[in-house]
Design a protein around this ligand. Sequence first.
Ligand code: DLL
Length: 432
Amino acid sequence: MYWEKEIECMARKDLEALQLERLQTVLSRVGTRVPFYRSKFAEVNFDHEKFNSLDDIRRLPFTTKQDLRDSYPYGLFAVPLREVVRVHSSSGTTGQATVVGYTKNDITNWSNLVARILTFAGLSADDVIQIAFGYGLFTGGFGLHYGAERLGASVIPISAGNTKRQIQIMQDFKTTALVCTPSYALNIADVLFDQGVNPAGLSLKFGLFGAEPWSEEMRREINEKLGIQATDNYGLSEVMGPGVAGECQECNGLHINEDHFLLEILDPETMEPVEPGEVGELVITTLTKEAFPMIRYRTRDLTRLIPEPCPCGRVFNRMHRILGRTDDMLIIKGVNVFPTQIESVLFNIDGTEPHYRIVVERENHQDRATIMVEVKESLFSDQMRKQSELINTIRKQLNSELGIGVAVKLVEEKTLERFEGKGQRVIDKRKI
Ligand code: DLL
């Protein structure tokens, strides 16, 4: 267990005082050491002497993914490279890659924060943790690995892929906790079933899933199939990697490690704070990072705060599971649609498998969305009537959830590609 009661349960006003003190330090640090921030701060006549409340942060400019790209590779580092002990990078599939760095202290903090997240979820030194996130430049594998070691658990650094081997190891090494993306967990559950392995015969108790959006319905599906308690955890490489926020065993929102991160939830149009509890874009400022501090980083992730205190007793605010990203929000026929909304509907319908794709096309200036969903093989040998009934049910429910008409196509089990890392469920063929 990695439990810092004096911090995790401190009075809110003390936490805010700690945040302010740390914020002042980080601002003076980047203002003197990073030319990018120095010139940005000068543009708004920022004087850190006059910075005396957390709300003053609203006077500072935002940092975006593009700023990171423009500073590739080391332009935003706040320490010389000789103090950097680790570098991670995003894959760059959607543009120029971005690079982030860590000092020794950063790695220590990162490990501690991930150990905290694992503790939130109920894990302890008694657990055997199988890390099926990719190891490499992606922060998932190493981030969870160091945290699990810090916790004192037995760590199996198997990395992603080779699903049959994952299952073999899980059986032989008596894994108690699986750590990966939710889509890979589902993939593992399917292969487990195909191999006739009864999950009740495994030692698995916990699943810690993150790195991509998923729904409450998907959690239920994974819990049932693997016989575990699945929790959600959130992070992003730009501000650290995993370890930013995670669910406790209440499974009702993710506690934010607020002693290390300052969060704002802003209306993505006006960039003004939303009312407490309303949905907006998450903007994060790091409070303790040395090598790669981030000031007001626009995550593009949408969520809302859960204002009620959590029964677990932690002071850290909770955020609702990520609802989607401003940039993977689809606008179909002018209506905003999030893939997780479609997922929630599909997972509640009997006869469908939990694998789907959303294909969007444009023909004669008209959008057309087709939802491809896997169904049990037996349905295809059944009468056509059953298929069309199912299509109608899905279509009706999607129409009422989304407010637009979509086409539905049933495909046979195992025809849609499976994921080992982050899932890619939307195929947008529109050239807009
Ligand atoms: O995905 C870090 C991570 C690794 C988090 C392992 C949790 C576990 P990036 O590759 O930089 O970092 O991607 C960050 O992934 O902005 C979100 O859009 C999405 N994301 C991460 N965690 C969640 C989650 C890692 N729990 C981007 N729910 C973020 C929804 C998530 N989306």
